[in-house]
Every structure is written in structure tokens, then in C-alpha cells.
Write a protein that binds this ligand. Structure first.
Ligand SMILES: Cc1cc2nc3c(=O)[nH]c(=O)nc-3n(C[C@H](O)[C@H](O)[C@H](O)COP(=O)(O)OP(=O)(O)OC[C@H]3O[C@@H](n4cnc5c(N)ncnc54)[C@H](O)[C@@H]3O)c2cc1C
Ligand code: SF4
Length: 572
């Protein structure tokens, strides 16, 4: 019997366990297996294989049962996920429906999730900017949250490392607030975007650059991309259905198959991680408890190191639910701050206008990207009555309209001969940094459980006065810029949308120098349980304005490198 037990334990023992197979988990799997570790990747969702499991990727609009419109009743039954712009008839299979994994909204919060191999990497908009030194130095300079334990220089080589593998297109713009990376050729700006960029360069003397967005699309494949079986992006702009060409970076197209090729990865779908097992004698984590989502049976798996990559709020949930005599309030939670200082991005403001120049020109074809205005507010010094600042998108489209009046031949002629608008439509959306606060938190609900018997996550996150002032400033500054560029019919809109819909939730397990005020050290290790690493959005001390996933990739690769070195030195 003893032997049987020993064999069973052996079969369930790995060098490393990775929880979650999305953007950060995919990177953990690639790095750990690449360094020779036998790695178990636990994924709560179903398996989605690259290409074969993208059922709508090649469908024409008329081949979709409702021509792309959602079936009646689906949006009404899913008031949260249906708010996401990418949720639709062709993509719904990659989103979590509202009832599938319930949570408690102490304050309204739109929690957008993708539970499958690849996580949200199938769905993301692929915008990838590096943080700058102004972002890492922000909390210490401006006196909020806690000081970051690392600097931009610590992460810069890891940005380069992940950029080369993932394939990031962009221009080397030399903007201090948005460091250049290892770029593939950039997408072009159209004539009005170029005009706005040049106009603002003249008006603000280079202080408000307008650049083409940096994004995870292969504009010119390099040998490393071809080796992944990926090819050049064909600008189909159907990315959220899964890309059969591997034109954009997803775990499914890139890191997971790469890890599988090593022969060291076991990917286990339908495995809901319940908690991490802490051994009081060994004073470290020894494995994880998993509920099989098909059978509802609980199983245990063991490893020397554990990477927590379930996406920010689910990683908080797992750690909060990992209780023991040593950690009655959640793993590593000696200071009671686990789940606190959650922050997000303020995306509630938009501005639109018309431009009546370049009427002899239009745009043709598709481009899975737009222009970008890096943060210019409070960059070098504090200059407003609110903290931090915002980046913005910028795009210009000529647009056209067809004439649907009439019947028969007239209608056909009207539809087949659309007329260009006699103006360009231009617009920007705000991407504001929010300030992490103790009062913005997640916790385990005391009563409500999910279908697997795990406590539901209680989310209590909201805007504050800083966000309101920042939104007002966005409107003022962008109105001034648009006016100076000669744009007309300027319209501003504060949607007041619920936090969460930005899909950039971060924090709760923040990094820091002091174990009294943070959960993770400079290597993403729990201060009080050193063989557990958290490298997704949960680790973020502050949010900056940039889309965050590139930074999670860099943190993950850096932490994996450190973890393996420590393991080899027998320090873990
Ligand atoms: C429409 C959309 C647009 C976006 N655009 C951008 C963008 O342009 N740029 C950008 O940087 N970011 C963007 N994002 C956000 C980006 O997708 C996330 O930042 C990124 O996917 C986070 O990576 P992750 O590994 O932390 O989480 P995910 O990619 O979500 O992966 C987490 C994985 O963990 C699994 N999991 C969760 N709980 C458990 C558990 N208990 N047990 C086992 N497995 C579990 C999940 O099923 C999932 O597969 C966008 C997201 C969406 C949906
Ligand atoms: S735009 Fe590029 S990455 Fe997106 S689906 Fe098309 S080919 Fe693939």
C-alpha cells in the first residue's frame, strides 16, 4: 500500500507547476520547460488548440448564422460580458458567460474573462508598450502605493527578450515616456494621422508626440517566428476569432506549442486550482489542490516551485483561499494586505471630431492597429491638481455612406455605389492611470460559493476624485489639441463606465521592498513563501498607462530565470 501511495505521489510530482495558460502562464511554461524543468500547466478551461479550435476564423459574414449579430437573448442574459466590444457571434466561445463563474459585486465591476488554454491571449487587442522609468519611479516620486523594488533598467533586457520572440511591430520614435523596443516594421499612419502628428509636433515642440501604436503582429517574420510556425499578418482584422496564420501573438500560437516541443510540459485542462498546499514543517509550498471541472473530484499535484498566473483577480482568489495554520488569512498574507490596492485603467472618456482636409484622399484595406499618444501629463514634474496622467489612442477614418432609399434597381445602385463622407472622422480614447488604494480590494465572500464549492470573489473597486479630475483634464487637453489641428464638431463623452471593462485589473499581491507593506519581493516571490512566484497582473504595484501584458511577459521570463537558478543552487 505504501508503495502504491509513493508511486501515485511520484506520478503527480513535477519540478514546477504553472497555474493558468494565458499570456503570463504561457510564458512561464515556455521558460521553465526550456530550462529543463518538468512542468505541469493547470488550466481551468477546455483545451483550445491552435488553428483546429478556431471554428469561426475563416467564416465569411454570410456564413455566420446571424451575420455577426448576437442571438436574441444572449446579451440580455449576460449583462457583464456583453459590454465587451469583442464579444460577438464569432467570438463568444472564448469568453466566460456571466453565470458560468459567479462573483459578488460589492461595487459594480465588469469582470471579463477567458477560460481556455491561451486564456485572454486569443482575445486581446495586442497593444504592447514598454513602461518607462517615469512609471517605475512614479509611486516613490509622487508618494502613493509603495516604491517599486525594481527599476526600468532591471526589466529592459527582459522586454527585449520577450519582444523578439513574440514579434512586436513599432517605430523607433525616441520618446522618453515610451522606450523603444526590438521592433518589427511599423504599420503606417494614414494621411490625417500623419498630419495630426506633424501639427502637434509644431504646436508643442515635441512634448506631445503622436506615434503609430506598437502591437504584437508579425509585420515581417523573423526566423524565430517561422520556427514557431507563425507567419506574416495578412491584415484580416479578425484576430479575436483566433488567427490561423499565427499573425498575432497568443499563447496558443506561440509559447505553449514551444513549451510542448521540449517534451517537458504536461498541460492539464479542466483543472480548477482550488488552493496552494503549504507544508508547515518544510515551511514552503509543496503543491496545489485541483478540482476536476468534469468530475468535481479533488486531486493534488506536487512541485518544487509554483508560478501563479491565473490572471490578476483569480490569482488573488487562489492565494486568499490557500489557508493553513501558518497562513490563516491566505498564503503569504502576514500583513493583511493580500487582495488590497487593486487598480485598473480609466477608459471612460472619449473625444470625437471631424476634419475637412485631405478630401482628395481616403483609406483602403485594414490595419489591426491605430495611432497612439503617449502620456504627456505630470511626466517630468507634478503640474496638475491630480496625480499621474493618461495615454490616448488616435485614429482617423474617411468613412463612407450608401444610399438605402428607394426600391429595386435604385436600392441596388445606391448600395453598390457608396459615397465618401465629405469629412474625416477622428477620435481618441483615454487610458488613464488609477491610484491603487487599500479601499479598492477583493476578498472571499463568506457565504456564496461557485459551482466548484470555492468561495466567490467579492469585488469592491471604484473610481475616485483623482479619476474625475483626470477625465476633465483629458477633455480640456484633447479639445485644445484638436482645435489647434483645425478639427471641427468636437464632441466629448464621459461614459462613466464600470471599472473592469478596461480588462487591465491589477494588484492585490503587489511587489515591494518591505514585507510589511507588500506581498512579493523584487523577483516576484512571495516574501513569506519563497517557492511561490506571482507574475501576472496581481503583482503590479502601480498601473502606469500602458497596456500591461508585455510587462507581465517580461516579469514572467525574468522570474522564471531567477527561479531556475535558485532551484539549481538548492535555495528553493
Ligand atoms: C478584448 C480584450 C482586449 C485586450 N487588449 C489588450 C491589449 O491591447 N494589450 C494588453 O496588454 N492587454 C490587453 N488585454 C488584456 C490581456 O488579455 C490580459 O492582460 C492578459 O491576457 C493577462 O494575462 P494573464 O496570463 O494574466 O491572464 P489570462 O490570459 O486571462 O490567462 C489566465 C488563465 O488562467 C486560467 N485560470 C484562472 N483561474 C484558474 C484556476 N483557479 N485554476 C486554473 N486555471 C485558472 C484561465 O482560464 C486563463 O486561461 C485585453 C483583453 C481583452 C479581453
Ligand atoms: S489581422 Fe493579422 S493577426 Fe489578425 S487575424 Fe488577420 S492575419 Fe491574423
Amino acid at each position: 500500500m505504501a508503495n502504491l501511495n509513493t508511486d501515485a505521489i511520484k506520478r503527480r510530482t513535477y519540478d514546477a507547476i504553472v497555474i493558468g495558460s494565458g499570456i503570463s502562464g504561457g510564458w512561464a511554461a515556455k521558460e521553465l520547460t526550456g530550462k529543463g524543468l518538468k512542468t505541469l500547466v493547470l488550466e481551468r478551461g477546455r483545451e483550445v488548440k491552435h488553428v483546429v479550435d478556431y471554428p469561426t476564423a475563416q467564416l465569411h459574414p454570410w456564413e455566420l448564422p446571424n451575420r455577426g449579430q448576437m442571438r436574441s437573448g444572449v446579451n440580455e442574459a449576460n449583462p457583464v460580458v456583453s459590454k465587451c466590444y469583442a464579444f460577438g457571434e464569432a467570438t463568444e466561445q472564448f469568453f466566460v458567460k456571466d453565470a458560468e463563474h459567479p462573483y459578488v459585486q460589492e461595487k459594480p465591476f465588469d469582470w471579463i474573462r477567458g477560460y481556455q488554454t491561451g486564456g485572454k491571449s486569443l482575445l486581446w487587442a495586442r497593444q504592447t508598450q514598454r513602461w518607462s522609468k517615469y512609471d517605475f519611479e512614479g509611486p516613490a516620486r509622487d508618494g502613493f502605493a509603495v516604491e517599486w523594488p525594481i527599476s526600468y533598467d532591471d526589466l529592459a533586457p527582459w522586454y527585449s527578450y520577450v519582444e523578439k520572440f513574440a514579434g512586436i511591430s513599432g517605430n523607433r520614435d525616441g520618446v522618453a515616456a515610451l522606450p523603444d523596443g526590438e521592433f518589427l516594421p511599423p504599420h503606417p499612419m494614414n494621411c490625417v494621422e500623419q498630419y495630426f502628428s506633424e501639427s502637434m509636433a509644431k504646436t508643442f515642440g515635441g512634448a506631445r508626440p503622436i506615434i503609430i501604436g506598437r502591437c504584437a503582429h508579425i509585420t515581417q517574420p523573423q526566423p524565430i517566428h517561422l520556427e514557431q510556425g507563425r507567419s506574416k499578418c495578412a491584415h484580416r482584422t479578425l484576430c479575436e476569432r483566433g488567427c490561423p496564420l499565427g499573425g498575432y501573438f497568443s499563447s496558443n500560437a506561440s509559447t505553449l506549442p514551444w513549451a510542448a516541443k521540449t517534451g517537458k510540459m504536461t498541460l492539464r485542462p479542466h483543472s480548477v486550482v482550488h488552493s496552494i498546499i503549504y507544508d508547515e514543517k518544510k515551511q514552503k509550498a509543496v503543491g496545489v489542490r485541483v478540482i476536476d471541472s468534469n468530475t468535481k473530484e479533488t486531486e493534488e499535484f506536487y512541485a518544487k516551485i509554483i508560478f501563479v498566473n491565473a490572471a490578476a483577480l483569480n490569482s488573488n482568489l487562489i492565494l486568499l483561499n490557500s489557508t493553513s495554520n501558518r497562513f490563516p488569512n491566505g498564503l503569504g498574507n502576514d500583513n493583511g494586505l493580500l487582495g488590497k490596492y487593486i487598480a485598473f485603467h480609466n477608459y471612460r472618456a472619449t473625444i470625437n471630431a471631424n476634419y475637412e482636409g485631405y478630401l482628395d484622399k481616403t483609406t483602403e484595406g485594414r490595419r489591426p492597429n491605430s495611432a497612439y499618444i503617449p502620456r504627456f501629463r505630470n511626466l517630468l514634474k507634478q503640474e496638475t491638481d491630480f496625480l499621474r496622467g493618461y495615454a490616448s489612442g488616435f485614429s482617423a477614418n474617411r468613412g463612407q455612406r450608401d444610399d438605402r432609399n428607394g426600391w429595386g434597381e435604385d436600392l441596388k445602385t445606391g448600395i453598390l455605389n457608396p459615397k465618401l463622407n465629405d469629412f474625416w472622422s477622428v477620435g481618441s480614447h483615454m487610458m488613464g492611470e488609477t491610484i491603487p488604494k487599500e479601499s479598492n480590494y477583493v476578498a472571499l465572500d463568506k457565504d456564496q460559493r461557485d459551482p466548484w464549492g470555492i468561495p466567490q470573489l467579492r469585488i469592491s473597486v471604484d473610481y475616485d476624485e483623482n479619476d474625475v479630475k483626470m477625465t476633465k483634464d483629458f477633455f480640456e487637453q484633447l479639445t485644445e489639441m484638436y482645435t489647434k489641428a483645425g478639427f471641427t464638431n468636437i464632441r466629448t463623452n464621459d461614459s462613466n463606465r464600470t471599472p473592469g471593462l478596461d480588462i487591465h485589473e491589477m494588484g492585490g499581491v503587489r511587489m515591494g521592498k518591505d514585507p510589511k507593506t507588500s506581498l512579493l519581493n523584487e523577483w516576484n516571490q512571495l516574501h513569506h513563501c519563497k517557492n511561490v512566484f506571482v507574475t501576472d497582473g496581481a503583482c503590479m504595484t502601480s498601473t502606469a498607462t500602458q497596456n500591461p501584458s508585455l510587462t507581465y511577459m517580461a516579469f514572467t521570463a525574468r522570474a522564471a530565470d531567477y527561479a531556475v537558478k535558485q532551484l539549481k543552487a538548492k535555495n528553493l
